[in-house]
Design a protein around this ligand. Structure first.
Ligand SMILES: NC(=O)c1ccc[n+]([C@@H]2O[C@H](COP(=O)([O-])OP(=O)(O)OC[C@H]3O[C@@H](n4cnc5c(N)ncnc54)[C@H](OP(=O)(O)O)[C@@H]3O)[C@@H](O)[C@H]2O)c1
Length: 278
């Protein structure tokens, strides 16, 4: 067991790239934190990449892998103060043409991956009577995005899960928080799995291609992942964090904030016009 002094122990899933990596590196520069970042490509024991950052192997799709990583960390640190669930990916394509198998893959990582990690970390936080669980949702967790239906659905699931978990764990001093980024410049865009019927006569083909071009362009010109890292620091320094925080391009935050304030039909109109689904 090492001596981490007064440093807060932070576990960040999906820390090899994009938002998770940015959060890990940003907090590692501060003297108050020691970070364990996860990647499927790392190892156990972890690889130390700087004084305050170690990369440990974890596949959030796999019970044994999650258990092994968290057992290792807890054996070393005897506590976990902050969990950031950032591991995730996107699939895109027409809902009608998405197989159950592909839809389940999306949920396996983006939703069940979070539950797998939370189930192992919650007993630790509960016994400590303190801790933060911060999950990276998306603006797509607030608005059903065309041709990203299962991605949106997986993030809507994360939203409901976190709202419920926040209430259940309040008596144990645990803060459950959602971060909802808009388009952010990361490897997410290149890693997205595109699902489209091999049938060249797919009725959705033209709409899908137009929409995904706009989506990809917005992401490639999106916000810096460091914006999320700065927000994360603000949240974990807050004794009473809110349920959810939007971050990223102002126009996307604005449209998402209209939900519930203007008729759904008007939001649909904005999305149809913007993504050229007409
Ligand atoms: N980029 C955006 O515009 C945007 C907007 C809103 C929300 N988000 C959300 O932000 C989160 C991070 O995405 P990003 O944009 O940073 O994408 P990214 O650059 O592609 O990073 C994804 C991270 O997730 C990890 N990952 C993927 N599948 C995993 C698995 N089964 N087990 C463990 N780790 C896994 C990857 O690690 P390894 O491959 O090394 O294992 C990688 O570190 C995701 O939840 C995404 O939905 C992104």
């Amino acid at each position: 067991m090492k001596d981490y002094g007064d440093k807060k122990i932070v576990l960040i899933t999906g820390a090899s790239s994009g938002i998770g990596k940015s959060c890990a590196e940003y907090l590692a520069q501060k003297k108050d934190f020691h970070i364990f970042g996860t990647s499927r490509k790392a190892s156990i024991p972890p690889i130390k990449t700087s004084d305050n950052l170690e990369m440990i192997k974890m596949d959030v799709n796999n019970d044994a892998s999650v258990e092994e990583a968290i057992n290792y960390i807890f054996k070393e640190t005897k506590r976990i103060d902050i969990l950031v669930n950032a591991a995730g990916f996107g699939i895109s394509g027409p809902i009608e043409e998405t197989s159950i198998e592909k839809a389940k893959e999306q949920f396996e990582t983006n939703f069940f991956g979070i539950h797998r990690v939370c189930r192992k970390v919650l007993p630790i936080l509960r016994k400590q009577k303190t801790g933060y669980i911060i999950s990276i949702s998306s603006i797509g967790g607030l608005l059903g995005l065309p041709f990203q239906g299962f991605y949106s659905a997986s993030k809507f699931a994360v939203e409901g899960y976190s709202e419920a978990l926040r209430i259940e764990t309040r008596p144990f001093g645990i803060h459950v928080v959602l971060i909802e980024p808009g388009d952010t410049k990361t490897s997410f865009t290149d890693r997205r799995e595109k699902i489209i019927s091999t049938d060249k006569d797919s009725p959705y083909k033209e709409y899908f291609e137009k929409t995904i071009k706009i989506v990809e362009n917005d992401e490639r010109n999106g916000a810096s992942p460091e914006e999320v890292a700065k927000l994360l620091e603000r949240i974990i320094n807050s004794p009473h964090p809110k349920t959810r925080y939007k971050v990223g391009p102002t126009s996307q935050k604005f449209v998402a904030s209209l939900k519930g304030k203007i008729p759904d039909r008007s939001i649909e109109w904005i999305l149809r016009k913007y993504y050229k689904v007409y």
